[in-house]
Design a protein around this ligand. Structure first.
Ligand code: NAP
Length: 343
């Protein structure tokens, strides 16, 4: 069986370019005991993968070798199984790579037999009902200890994690404030999502004043997707005993060697802030609750699963380059078999 994959051709410097990627073809090998073969229908495009394309050993994710398949979360229909937990026709999800067929084995990170609800688009299982949504849910509820009445600020609030997070905060009875990088994104989160306030950090001449105006009593929770200037400006704008949820540092991913210098760390003491990093997949005990709640909100229409869908494996590099250029909204996914009805 022929498999098409996208591999790393060369290491990017700054924002990736098409020449960093190469499409290759190969044969799918025979399954070993415990493994399943899935035909991928959709895969996620994630910013954390950018760090795996650098040759460095200070991340929580391993570096991808030159010639290695670009890693990602995939979702596909099981076409062969030597694992009692999966039968043909099931949907398997796991962290494998940009490829048309994947072999999942129990050693893969986040392998799951996903029970697909036909009333929910399949792509949502990669985004709002996948690890982006789960990350937002776990981060706000467990790490941020979000409570009704809190003021919750979300950076990259129109992005994959942020678009779910700012809506979850609103649906949980909080004042939800989103920080975004364009007027269109600001209009999306206030107009379409119904978030209380949006701040366009690129257009604001005084970001600190804009945050103070949107959060007059300070932020109880700041969900940080970007680090950099926005984190630095949020530190003095936290309420006493505020919680900063460190989800990611997007502002530094394209230039790890020269990260933005944080000047306001002293405010951690002044505002008695708890700042805590987390990896969503280390909170598997919350998976069932997160999937049930996010699924119920999506089905009822209370939560909008914003998506940016590209079709065809050959277009995955462009989708990734767009994501890393900051121009996308919602979850960026690649569909591999558009038009094929599988549900
Ligand atoms: N801890 C975990 O378990 C976990 C799990 C999933 C994701 N994450 C992290 O969560 C964060 C958000 O991920 P996502 O998938 O939801 O991505 P995303 O928000 O859909 O896309 C990234 C967004 O970051 C913003 N951004 C800020 N500075 C940027 C810069 N210098 N260059 C490009 N974009 C910049 C852009 O939005 P604006 O235009 O609004 O600035 C961009 O659209 C990432 O840091 C990711 O690594 C963490």
């Amino acid at each position: 069986m022929l498999n098409r994959q996208i591999v790393l051709a060369s290491r990017p410097h700054g924002v990736p370019v098409p020449e960093n990627f190469r499409l290759v073809e190969g044969q799918v090998r025979e399954l070993e005991e415990g493994e399943i073969l899935i035909q991928n229908e959709v895969f996620a495009i994630d910013p954390a993968v950018r760090g795996m394309l650098d040759d460095r050993d200070d991340s929580y994710l391993p570096a991808t070798p030159i010639g290695g398949v670009i890693p990602t979360m995939v979702l596909g229909r099981v076409i062969q199984s030597r694992n009692a937990g999966f039968k043909e026709g099931d949907y398997g999800r796991g962290f494998v790579g940009w490829e048309e067929y994947s072999i999942l084995n129990p050693g893969n990170f986040a392998i799951e037999n996903v029970h697909i609800d036909p009333s929910v688009p399949l792509t949502a299982y990669m985004g709002a009902l996948g690890w982006s949504g789960i990350t937002a849910y776990v981060g706000l509820k467990r790490i941020g200890e979000m409570r009704a009445g809190d003021t919750v600020v979300m950076s990259a609030a129109a992005g994959a994690v942020g678009s779910v997070g700012c809506q979850v905060a609103k649906l949980s009875g909080c004042r939800s404030v989103g920080i975004v990088g364009s007027k269109d994104k600001a209009d999306l989160i206030t107009g379409t999502f119904g978030i209380d306030a949006a701040i366009d950090y690129r257009a604001e001449p005084d970001l600190d004043a804009a945050i103070k105006a949107a959060c007059p009593d300070g932020a109880h929770v700041y969900f940080d997707n970007v680090g950099g200037l926005i984190l630095d400006t949020m530190l003095p704008n936290m309420a006493a005993f505020g919680r900063i949820v460190t989800c990611g540092m997007m502002a530094n991913y394209n230039n790890h060697d020269e990260p933005y210098p944080i000047r306001n760390l002293w405010q951690v003491l002044v505002n008695r802030i708890t700042m805590r990093g987390f990896l969503a997949y280390e909170h598997l005990d919350m998976l069932e609750e997160a999937e049930a709640q996010l699924g119920a909100w999506i089905r009822s229409g209370a939560l909008i699963a914003q998506e940016n869908v590209t079709t065809g494996i050959e277009n995955a590099p462009t989708a990734f380059i767009n994501l890393m250029s900051g121009v996308t909204t919602g979850k960026t996914v690649v569909r591999l078999n558009e038009g094929v009805t599988t549900l």
